[in-house]
Design a protein around this ligand. Structure first.
Ligand SMILES: [Zn+2]
Length: 477
């Protein structure tokens, strides 16, 4: 393999909104769909003199997330004011954590083509989200519903070396956050947003190159696209003898390029200082130990267990555990079924496809795990053939109910009695003399056609294996 001329060094800052009932420093509800500026109060509007009160649940969620990511939880941390001037932040500072964040260190294990890698974390801190600027034809407005939503910022070490690794990291991180139950991680609703920084250096050189930052990427595809573009752009600049400028760039998804926005300001420009309105955060060791005790099984461990306990291929197990709700559904159905591989197959094909088409969630589907297990039992005991089983699945998916009752009601049970099958076979033979002579002349494909005719006559309900057998024995005469 030819060594690449330049090596990329990538760091991510991932903002994850916490799924708390109320905001970070006031009692307003966290809301996404409410009309603009209806979930607001003097605190999150930044009125002078309004005093913040810390949401303890947000601290707990951040610690739970940190435990899931193997971080060192800090028993003492504090909130700082990050000063800047922008319409989305009327008090001219954002409450964040500077030098004493809640979580330090940690890491995320990801799969790459070259095996597993650990992407180390630098820290996780807790802050308030800002308002949302909205731009109209003739004017702009600010919606403060989002202002004050608890927001974790997860910062990686510069361990990521490609756009694919960045994507793998984000997907794994999302799964871990869903497992820990701290965020809904809905990208469309902006629950996860990402800033990336990237530099290039000649292969073999230790010192890192100058980095560019790309802000506010709100899809994983955007992160991947922006990084792929930036890796090419920076390598071209360096190859041509040019220098990379330290700057903030913007990803334009329609053009598929990044554009320079502004020369980057350094950290000290934010004039961080401790927020005098908020007490330091002190966590008791007992509290942290309890939360650690309550950690759910991590997706990786669950994947290994699925392979062992349910005898699934590793690939299937990986697909199922990527979404906690899907894995939970699988496990409930598999425990009720004697054929866990079939449960996995139904979920990975029909279920996920139909959910994707309808943009639905598996937690809301009307076909419950017990119904899926029963359906698989009906296939395995040959009450249903695979065509009818799909029909039943679709019906249960749309309307709910139990398969055995539905099969009875609709007369979908497979025709397996030999008298009926033989009658259909006779009819197929009588109606298709050409296929019969083809078959007798050694064209075995003709038998498939005849089986198809029988299936058609029986509205797809015959047992195809029995039809084939009957046909073969009849034509052997
Ligand atoms: Zn408020």
């Amino acid at each position: 393999m030819v060594e690449p001329e330049y090596v990329a060094t990538i760091g991510l800052e991932v903002h994850v909104q916490l799924d708390t009932v109320s905001k970070m420093f006031c009692a307003c509800r966290t809301s996404f769909a409410a009309p603009p500026n209806t979930a607001v109060c003097p605190v999150c509007l930044g009125y002078p003199g309004a005093l913040p009160v810390m949401n303890r649940k947000a601290v707990e969620y951040t610690v739970r997330a940190g435990l899931m990511l193997d971080c060192d939880i800090q028993s003492h941390s504090k909130f700082d004011r990050k000063s800047y001037f922008y319409p989305d932040m009327p008090k001219n500072y954002q409450i964040s954590q500077y030098d004493q964040p809640l979580c330090q260190g940690g890491g995320v294990e990801i799969d790459t083509d070259a095996g597993t890698r650990i992407i180390r974390l630098r820290r996780i801190h807790l802050e308030e989200d800002v308002a949302k600027n909205m731009h109209f034809a003739q004017s702009s407005g600010v919606d403060f519903n989002r202002a004050g939503t608890p927001l974790m910022e997860i910062v990686t070490q510069p361990d990521i070396e490609s756009a694919d690794e960045a994507l793998g990291f984000l997907q794994t991180l999302k799964a871990l956050m869903l497992y820990s139950g701290v965020s809904r991680c809905n990208l469309e609703e902006g629950n996860m947003r990402c800033d990336v920084n990237i530099s290039m250096r000649p292969a073999g050189r230790e010192a890192l190159g100058t980095k560019a930052e790309i802000k506010n990427l709100n899809t994983f595809k955007g992160v991947q696209g922006a990084l792929l573009y930036e890796i090419d752009r920076q390598a071209d600049v360096l190859r041509g003898g040019g220098e990379i400028v330290q700057e903030t760039r913007r990803w334009d998804v329609d053009v598929g390029k990044t554009f320079s926005m502004r020369i980057k300001e350094d950290d000290h420009d934010y004039r961080y200082f401790p927020d005098p309105d908020l007490m330091p955060v002190v966590l008791e060791p007992k509290e942290i130990a309890d939360w650690r005790q309550e950690l759910p099984e991590a997706p990786r461990a669950r994947r290994v267990r699925f392979v062992e306990q349910y005898e699934l291929p590793d690939y299937d197990a990986g697909v199922l555990v990527a979404d906690k709700a899907v894995a939970d559904y699988f496990e409930e159905a598999a425990d009720l079924s004697s054929n866990s591989k079939a449960v996995s197959n139904w979920i990975m094909t029909e279920m996920l496809r139909m959910l994707a088409e309808r943009e639905g969630a598996i937690t809301d589907v009307l076909i419950r795990p017990a119904a899926l297990a029963e359906l698989i039992g009906l296939v395995d005991d040959e009450t249903l053939n695979s065509n009818s089983a799909k029909e039943v699945f679709v019906s249960l998916f749309e309307d709910g109910g139990m398969p055995a009752a539905l099969v009875k009601e609709k007369g979908l049970a497979q025709v397996s009695d030999s008298a009926s099958i033989e009658a259909f076979v006779e009819q197929a033979i009588a109606e298709n003399p050409k296929s019969v002579s083809d078959y007798k002349a050694g064209k075995t494909k003709a038998a498939k056609f005849l089986v198809g005719q029988v299936m058609r006559m029986s509205q797809g309900r015959s047992n195809p294996q029995l039809v084939m057998k009957a046909l073969e024995s009849r034509l052997a005469d």
